[in-house]
Design a protein around this ligand. Structure first.
Ligand code: NAD
Ligand code: UFG
Length: 338
């Protein structure tokens, strides 16, 4: 069934890939993004890759009047809400900015949706809500306990979603807890383009391989893991995008949480050696001390999404890194090169 979907934050990394998948499956999309962490070129590429026009409104999701106008002007039937700030370290330094942006975007959106009687919502949460996990792999029923302001904004938004769904039975909300999204569109025309030096491992490693960064710092080799470096559940951004489509088509009344991950992990050193092999570039790295707040291992138990959403992450680590490298090599300076 093709629908008109509002994608907030659709110019960003995960939103733009999801937007292409939505177009490919016949949906019409409206993107609202203030471009505070993205480029309008990403929206152009979404339209090219999706082979269809995209309605794009450059606006802040906290601007209620602007957002209401979007709902007045387009027959929105469902929303995927990506817009927000996501850098863990920055959230520690600027907590108020993070609480204000992430909570306010969501509350304004929920308000406007309610006023327009649009009840279908898919929300970008994060595995960071689990904090330091006591059980591995992590099921959705695991205790939550984020360890930084960014993670706390995600958990607060989850609570808000659960509360509005309890108060108004028309709501149909899926909360997606992403593990570590990496990779890029296989065309190499769409990918992750962080501003400034990347905080996350894979974009940093790719920029190092293409010669834009120097040595990679490995944050600790004394964790209780097979090679001593941190282990994460990396998931291809296309698999993640398809998880949103699956969530949309399986929405049910109320609010339900889903882990989106593969269930298998890779260490920092494994990422480095696989990237060297795939790119053919030698990487310099040094072991430095642990990064504050990091955990040893994060692994999803994705069985709820497998069963209830009929979704499974299919792309292997090799494909994730090959696609990430293809994007970086084709666009060494990201979207700003031309
Ligand atoms: P991103 O920064 O690339 O995309 C977010 C987009 O939202 C950007 O285009 C930005 O310009 C826009 N935006 C921010 N504030 C806005 C506002 N007030 N109004 C309108 N637009 C605004 O990030 P991403 O990696 O694509 O992440 C998307 C979502 O997924 C975020 O909510 C993030 O917290 C969540 N998430 C990301 C990861 C990850 O590792 N990338 C992991 C878990 C969850
Ligand atoms: N790492 C390094 N060097 C770097 C960057 C990272 O060694 O330069 C290590 C980290 O210590 C960790 C692993 O690489 O062991 C992955 O780190 P990332 O920063 O790529 O990812 P995180 O797991 O720390 O966090 C990411 C997002 C969070 C999100 C979380 C779960 O940044 O926002 O995944 O989805 F909440």
């Amino acid at each position: 069934m093709s629908r008109t979907i509002l994608v907030t934050g659709g110019a960003g990394y995960i939103g733009s890939h999801t937007a292409v998948s939505l177009l490919e499956q016949g949906h019409s999309i409206v993107i609202v993004d203030n471009l505070c962490n993205s480029s309008s070129k990403a929206v152009e590429r979404v339209a090219e890759l999706g082979g269809r026009d995209v309605a794009f409104v450059q606006a802040d999701v906290t601007d209620k009047e602007a957002l209401s106008q979007v709902f007045d002007n387009h027959p929105i039937e469902a929303v995927i809400h990506f817009a927000g700030l996501k850098a863990v370290g920055e959230s520690v330094e600027q907590p108020l900015r993070y609480y204000r942006t992430n909570l306010e975007t969501t509350m304004v959106l929920l308000d406007v949706m309610q006023e327009h009687r649009v009840w279908d919502l898919v929300f970008s949460s994060s595995a960071t809500v689990y904090g330091d996990p006591r059980v591995l792999p992590i099921p959705e029923s695991a205790p939550t306990g984020p360890t930084n302001p960014y993670g706390r904004t995600k958990l607060m938004i989850e609570d808000i979603c659960r509360d509005v769904a309890a108060a108004e039975p028309n709501w149909r909300i899926a909360i997606l807890r992403y593990f570590n999204p990496v990779g890029a569109h296989p065309s190499g025309d769409l990918g992750e383009d962080p501003t400034g030096p990347p905080n996350n491992l894979v974009p940093f490693v790719m920029q190092a391989a293409v010669g834009r960064r120097g040595s990679v710092s490995v944050f600790g080799d004394d964790y209780d893991t097979p090679d001593g470096t941190g282990v994460r559940d990396y998931i291809h951004v296309i698999d993640l995008a398809l998880g949103h489509l699956a969530a949309l088509s399986h929405l049910d009344n109320g609010c339900r949480e889903f882990n989106l991950g593969t269930g298998s992990g890779a260490s920092v050193l494994e990422i480095l050696s696989a990237t060297e092999r795939i790119s053919g570039k030698k990487l310099n790295y040094e072991i430095v001390s642990r990064r504050e707040g990091d955990i040893a291992i994060s692994l999803a138990d994705p069985s709820r999404a497998n069963t209830e959403l009929d979704w499974r992450a299919e792309r292997a680590l090799e494909t994730m890194l090959r696609d990430a490298w293809n994007w970086q090599n084709k666009n060494p300076n990201g979207f700003d090169q031309d």
